[in-house]
Write a protein that binds this ligand. Structure first.
Ligand SMILES: [Zn+2]
Ligand SMILES: [Zn+2]
Length: 142
């Protein structure tokens, strides 16, 4: 497993809840939704509101320490630590499971943009399909 330790950004106050959100994200192998993070923190006995988690996540996104990935046409957003490493995920349309993709089809893609000075910072890609488990289930049914 990779060692995911976040360098806390300067000027960002360390609160218990903020630290808790980061530690959940440091431990996870896949991106989590705000609700996932919320229930993890709750499990540890903390008394927090889901709205607080959302606010913290938005702040972290703004600070550039967390990536927000929207999946399935933004119905659901998931969050991961910004490792400054490029990654895509495939989503199962049936169970919404998120599976990391090992390669990037856009790597050699040079976008043509009218604005010469436009500086590209990244891109998003939606990959969706049916996961192994769901394919298996529907095979059994038919
Ligand atoms: Zn599935
Ligand atoms: Zn890519």
């Amino acid at each position: 497993m990779e060692n995911k330790k976040l360098k806390w950004p300067q000027g960002l106050k360390k609160t218990e809840t903020r630290k808790a959100v980061i530690s959940v994200l440091e431990k996870t192998e896949k991106p989590l939704s705000a609700a996932d993070i919320f229930s993890e923190i709750k499990k540890n006995g903390s008394n927090v509101w889901l709205s607080t988690i959302y606010r913290i996540l938005e702040l972290f996104v703004k600070k550039g320490i967390v990536n927000k990935l929207s999946v399935m046409n933004s119905e659901m957003a998931v969050y991961e630590l910004n490792q400054f490493k490029h990654k895509h995920y495939a989503v199962c349309v049936n169970c919404h499971k998120i599976i990391p993709v090992d390669n990037c089809p856009m790597e050699k893609f040079v976008p043509q943009i009218e604005d010469d000075d436009f500086r590209i910072m990244g891109h998003n890609l939606e990959i969706y399909g049916i996961c192994k488990d769901c394919a298996h289930k529907s095979n059994k049914r038919s």
